[in-house]
Structure formats: C-alpha cells, structure tokens
Design a protein. Structure first.
Length: 259
C-alpha cells in the first residue's frame, strides 16, 4: 500500500511538472511569435495588441491563430490586398484612429467570413473599391471618416451586413450632389438613387444637345426661306423695272388676218 501511494504521489508530481512544462513552452512560443512592438496573450484564443505602437503599416508576421487583433492608434495609411488572408480565426479587428486613406479591393480576403467586428472609425477614408467589403459578415464601424457620397459608396453599404445602421453613421464630407454634403448618407440615399445620377446627367446632356441641333436647323430653315423670299422680291422688282415690249405693226396685221 505504501508503494502504491508513493507511486501515485510521484505520478501526480510528474503530471504537474509536465503540464507546467507544456504551458511554459506554449507561452514562450506565443511570445516568440508576437510581432515586434505588440503584446500577445491568451484569453479565449490568441489576443494580439499593437495599440499605440507607432506602426506605419500592418505587421506581416501576425500569428495565424490570432483571434483578436488591435491595431488602433497608429500611423497606418493603407490596408493592402490579402494582408489578413492567413488569420482564419480572426473575429475582432480594430484599425481605428489611424491615418488610413486606401483600402485595396481584396484587403479582407480570407477573414470576411469569420470577422464579427471591424472598426475603421476615425480615419481618413474618402472612398473604397465597390468590392472591398464583399462577403463581409462583421458589424462594421466606419464613422468619422471624410466620406465622398456617390454611387460606389451606395453599392458598398448595400453589400454590407447591418448596412442600415452603418449608413446611418456615415456623414457625407462631400457628395456628387452638393446639397448632401454634411448630411448622413442614409438621408442622401433616401433623397436620390446616386447610381442613377450619371445616367440622368447623360440624358439631360443628350436632350440639351438635341435641342441645340433642332434650334440650329429651324434657324437655318427660317433664314433660308427669308433669303429666298428676299431674292424673289428683288427679282420681281427687277422684272417690273424693265420697259414693256411694243408690238410691231406687221405683227398686229398678221393677227387680224388670222382672225
């Protein structure tokens, strides 16, 4: 019995030692994989915090098991194509309070289906490619950006989940219609279908052009008729001014004889 107790005690000690060793390896591995200037921790998955790290671009050595990624309050100016493509477990992405101006068409390829929260607020985004947020399931925060409200933005918001809420928080810094500047995008979209404006503008231009040509044709016809009338009047006056032809005596006799 004493031997059994001793064996159990040693086995338990070995298990605890082994567990500690495994945890230490995991922690060391996570720390070694953490991007420079970032802090990594485990809490329901790998959390990578790169807030206020003076980053000028998104790190390319992010751990593939990252679940929460905080890149807020840096100096990032763009989101390149497929920069997050290997982060298949990513659920939260915070890119707020940067200087982001450009988002490439395939910037969120690989994470669009898994993301639950995307924060792009407080940046310098004026416009994005119409396919930039394709298949994005996340609740997006894109307020406090100098948005240019046009057809592309309308298409982008229509393709996003919770687009009504998102559109309601977008303020038009500028717009294809001057009267929409400074107003929420949702109001601008309700007032006019921004994707039909180019067509309407083209129709108006064609109508004005056709009216111009029609006016020119009518003016030419009127001028032509008046000119002909003037020429005819002058010709008639000329004929009237000619001396009348006197008949010869022999012509009068011939006529009398015939009768």
């Amino acid at each position: 019995m004493h031997l059994v107790d001793l064996w159990l005690t040693r086995s338990l000690s070995m298990c605890l030692l082994l567990q500690s060793f495994v945890l230490m390896i995991l922690c060391f591995h996570s720390a070694s994989m953490c991007p420079k200037g970032c802090l990594c921790s485990h809490s329901g998955g790998l959390n990578v915090s790169c807030s206020n790290a003076n980053l000028k671009e998104i790190p390319r050595d992010l751990p593939s098991e990252t679940v929460l990624l905080y890149l807020d309050s840096n100096q990032i100016t763009s989101i390149p194509n497929e920069i997050f493509k290997d982060l298949h477990q990513l659920r939260v992405l915070n890119l707020s309070k940067n200087g982001i101006e450009f988002i490439d068409e395939h910037a969120f390829k690989g994470v669009a289906e898994t993301l639950q929260t995307l924060d792009l607020s407080d940046n310098r985004i004026k416009s994005v490619h119409k396919n930039a947020f394709n298949n994005l399931k996340a609740r997006a925060r894109i307020a406090n950006n100098p948005w240019h409200c046009d057809c592309t933005l309308q298409q982008v918001l229509r393709s996003m989940a919770s687009n009504h809420e998102t559109a309601n928080n977008v303020i038009c810094k500028t717009s294809v219609l001057d009267e929409h500047a400074g107003r929420p995008f949702i109001n601008a979209a309700n007032d006019a279908d921004l994707c039909n404006l180019p067509k309407k503008t083209t129709d108006y231009a064609m109508l004005v052009t056709m009216f111009g040509w029609f006016t020119m044709v009518i003016s030419y016809v009127v001028y032509y008729v008046r000119q002909n009338q003037e020429d005819a009047r002058r010709h008639l006056e000329y004929l009237k001014s000619l001396p009348s032809r006197q008949k010869k005596p022999d012509e009068a006799d011939d006529i009398s004889t015939v009768v």
